[in-house]
Design a protein around this ligand. Sequence first.
Ligand code: BG6
Length: 484
Amino acid sequence: MVSRVIPVDDFDLVIFGGTGDLARRKILPGLFRRFRTGQMPADSRIIGAARSELDDAGFRDLVREAVEEFGGEEKSDTQMLDQFLERLHYIAIDATGEDGWAALRDLMRDGVVQAFYFSVAPSLFGDLAERLHDHGIATPDSRIVVEKPFGRDLASAQALNATLAEHFDERQIYRIDHYLGKETVQNLMAVRFGNVLFEPLWNSHYVDHVQITVAETVGVGGRGSYYDKSGAMRDMVQNHLMQLLCLIAMEPPSVFGANEVRDEKLKVIRALQPVESHHIVRGQYEADGESPSYRADVENQRSFTESFVAMKCHVSNWRWADTPFYLRTGKKLKGRASEIAVVFKDLGHKMFEGDTARHRNILAIRLQPNEGIDLQVTIKEPGPGGMRLIDVPLDMTFADALGEDAESATDAYERLIMDVIRGNQTLFMRGDEVEAAWAWTDPIIEGWEARNDVPKLYDQGSAGPEDSMMLMHRDGRRWREIKG
Ligand code: BG6
């Protein structure tokens, strides 16, 4: 298959927090993959900026180790890795002081795209923005990239937006939600808006309900102190699950443009009804033999933070009235499985004699693992014996369908970084979207706090607390299985 990648201009990408975890795990190995496939223009440079006293050689060593530890099969291409490392530079910088800023200014070039990735704590966003401005480094065309958590409630998100807006226009700000960079998430839009088949059925006349599941097998790892102040609601629902819901529920934008897409997503968030407390289940994982409990993992024996949440939501508009959206996400569950399932309604009339089964078309969009889409359809069971019906999946696993191209499918981060360089904001969250998402989330969290809500305990390796099953059963529905 011929690769048709939109070329990018030469760039200088500065990564603040360039020696940090995200840079080592995702950003730098991802950029190497892009370099190796010839998608990074020859004169482009990556400049690590962090507090450590390193020089270019020390930073290159660190990046080599990061690629060896976190890279894929491309890491064996040592010749290319050497060439990539030559593109790297390093400046020791004090985000809250003055050291290093003059050196950074001297290093930056005119006439290339300038992007600054703030891979640091949000408390430093203001300091960085101010210094980039005061030292004459940022230009009106520079771009900044910021990571979640973007605030922890509406007030803090508004304050962050206001801080950034002091020095940068909205068109310069790229708020990353890495779920939007996943291959299948973009495919969701292609399937919806690129086929005649689905859009006529994409409404509450035909769709019984939608399920969005993001199940993880990992626990909170070494991020306990951050996570215990967030919980699944802030860490996953306010951003990743909300974005998935928006892409499913939004109206077709007139063109696939940054503001057109984001306008439509914003309308969905604003149409979300407040969630009633009996439509939400929170959970926390228990100890399991050697494997510690959530509370032990976060070193807070009195924690009431949720590591699991399931809820039923309604998008209150013409298209979706009466179609519930069920969301669930959690850690230490039985499988790493993320999918969106659009479950269509039953046929009104059964014409095949003796067929009493419930046949449902289900469009399942698998984000991970085995990225792909399958459509459950009803057919005649092959062979003799009359007209017996069975449900079978029409499976399109991308790896099967695309062969080698799927192998080289890019990771979310590298795709999004290249979009920054191209100046394409479609897959980034706009400030008003983030604020609207918090405005919907805040009352839910405040309700829990006011009631001292205690999460239900669940077994590690399960599908979450029993009550989350009841959330569905009460409505005569059930969750799709989380496959291990
Ligand atoms: C991050 C959350 O945004 O997404 C983590 O902070 C979570 O808690 C991660 O584990 C999941 O991302 P992915 O791409 O592995 O599904």
